[in-house]
Write a protein that binds this ligand. Structure first.
Ligand code: TNX
Length: 527
């Protein structure tokens, strides 16, 4: 072979990769335990990948990724011979209690790789780890050669600390197409996160087709901007099903959010009878909290139950988010209907009325075999039975809920709001947007020290929240999310004793190469 620039470059790339791989395992989030052994698995010219009958979807996922290795024949094999170099996905016959539902053991030997787990989710996470042991270019589109790839022999035993490892996205303030939602889900899966909280309704736009109420998307999905242009968009039920299926294949559960009783201008603009004033209002074109609020009358509950029925049919997950945040009581205080309801139900104040509202909906969901989750305001006036609380105004709400034995997801804004600025010199986009560098997200500890061991068990996990008043494009969202999402993924996956920011930063250097291969517009300034 005559050396040319291309060959020389190839050799350099593969040399630099082996140096990194043998030095550190740049896996994010950091695995529980890595035992390095001697030798390497060298990617062969002919690779067999195999599994039990139920894992064909996973095999296909892996094969699709590996197919970028252009000069290797990758075959899904039912049986394997001693001569084969192979990757085997294996569901354990007797369950391993340490691995639980999402853990895995990844064993790399010189001619054979095995991922074993109790459940398919664990196999999927083992595959994510395996992919992170390959050169970052495996995440890209440019074909690579098998002789660039060697994986250090090791046994990696890994499982998550928390069961809720989430990312939220507001698609109301700005709308994002299905294609991007799928990329977002890919990023979630890459980080071994498992929950996508999809904020589908708000004052500035209703984004989910509801067959019984066509005005929600005919009127509610569009707003008139100050310059007279019309802005908006929505997802058809067919698109939602497609996204739900895409998420399922990546072990991501979608938690859809239908906001109530506040943040409901888009719905009230579509159906004025839902409001307290009876007035025709517009889908809001301004940010901030609005006074418009659902009126707690029977027609409103009938509407919401019908909406939720369609939502339930689309999303298989156990939780439905019903909002509950920032609901000003101004219109309720001036409403005869509200006074009547309060008298009839023996409610002492307007917090009590909000609580009545949320309890009714939570009870309905319960009857439909779903669980309600809401922002921490749902604690005010009394928490609905079995409802979970998402703590965003610090941790106070989460602590209170855990003390009452209610499940909690921690997303305190000072650590978890990724629409805040992440570097000192970044423009302050809104007055309350704090400075939240990746190091601060990384330092987050989701379990408040004051909880007893018993109460701590109610902390389901943590979530990064992404409000989009000032994030207009997919590239902007990704820039704000990465790498803080990578940091939070480690907070939610790895034990706190296994975390070290300097070590994380080193792994992040390799992770950035993966993100570049994925064409993800990450922020490379680490503060
Ligand atoms: C508060 S956080 C809100 C959102 C805004 C966000 C950022 C929360 C539960 N409610 O409606 O988008 O602040 O401005």
């Amino acid at each position: 072979m005559k050396p040319n620039l291309f060959n020389v470059l190839l050799i350099c790339v593969s040399l630099s990769f082996s140096a990194t791989a043998s030095g550190i395992f740049s896996i994010i989030p950091k695995p529980v335990n890595i035992e390095r052994s001697s030798g390497f698995f060298r990617f062969p010219r002919h690779l067999a990948i195999t599994s039990g009958a139920a894992q064909t979807e996973l095999l296909q996922y892996l094969k699709n990724r590996l197919e970028i290795v252009h000069d290797s024949r990758i075959e899904i094999a039912s049986g394997i011979s001693k001569l084969d170099t192979f990757i085997q996905l294996k569901i354990l016959e007797s369950p391993d209690t340490v691995l639980n539902t999402e853990g895995y053991v990844l064993t790399i030997e010189s001619n054979h790789i095995q991922i074993s787990a109790n459940h398919a989710a664990g196999i999927f996470y083992g595959m994510q780890t395996l992919l992170q042991l390959l050169p970052p270019a495996i995440f890209g589109e440019r074909p690579m050669s098998h002789d660039q790839i060697e994986i250090p022999c090791a046994v990696i035993t890994d499982y998550p600390r928390f069961q809720w490892r989430g990312m939220h996205l507001d698609v109301s303030r700005h709308f994002f197409p299905v294609e991007f939602i799928k990329k977002y889900i890919d990023l979630i899966a890459l980080h071994k996160m498992n929950t996508f909280h999809w904020h589908l309704t708000d004052d500035q736009g209703w984004r989910i087709e509801i067959k019984q109420y066509p005005e929600l998307t005919k009127t509610g999905a569009w707003r008139k901007e100050k310059d007279g242009t019309i802005y908006g968009g929505y997802y058809t039920q067919e698109q939602i099903r497609e996204v739900a299926e895409y998420a399922r294949q990546r072990f991501v559960t979608i938690v859809p959010e239908i906001e109530m009783p506040g943040h409901s201008s888009a719905a009230i603009a579509s159906y004025p009878f839902l409001g307290c004033t009876g007035r025709q209002i517009e889908v809001s074109d301004k940010w901030g909290i609005r006074n418009d609020i659902y009126c707690p009358k029977e027609e409103t509950f009938e509407f919401l139950v019908n909406v939720l029925d369609e939502v339930i049919a689309l999303f298989p997950g156990e939780y439905i988010h019903i909002g509950g945040d920032e609901a000003p009581k101004y219109q309720w205080e001036r409403s005869a209907v509200c006074s009547e309801v309060m008298k009839k139900e023996g409610l002492l104040n307007y917090d009590g009325l909000q609580s009545y509202f949320i309890k009714r909906i939570a009870k309905y969901l319960h009857g439909e075999n779903k669980k309600a989750i809401g922002w921490d305001e749902i604690l005010e006036g009394g928490l609905a039975k079995d409802a979970a609380v998402m703590s965003w105004r610090g941790e106070t709400g989460g602590i209170k809920a855990a003390e009452m034995n209610h499940p909690v997801v921690m997303t305190p804004n000072e650590y978890c709001y990724f629409d805040f600025r992440q570097t000192k010199n970044e423009k302050q986009r809104a007055f309350w947007y704090k400075y939240l560098p990746v190091s601060k997200t990384y330092s987050y500890e989701p379990i408040p020290a004051r909880l007893t061991a018993e109460q701590q068990r109610f902390i389901l996990g943590s979530q990064g929240s992404v409000w989009t008043e000032y994030l207009e494009t997919p590239d902007e969202v990704v820039f704000f999310v990465l790498p803080r999402m990578s940091a939070l993924a480690e907070v939610a996956w790895s034990e706190s004793g296994n975390r070290d920011f300097d070590d994380f930063k080193k792994r992040l250097e390799i992770h950035f190469q993966r993100l570049s291969a994925l064409k993800a517009n990450y922020c490379d300034k680490i503060e």
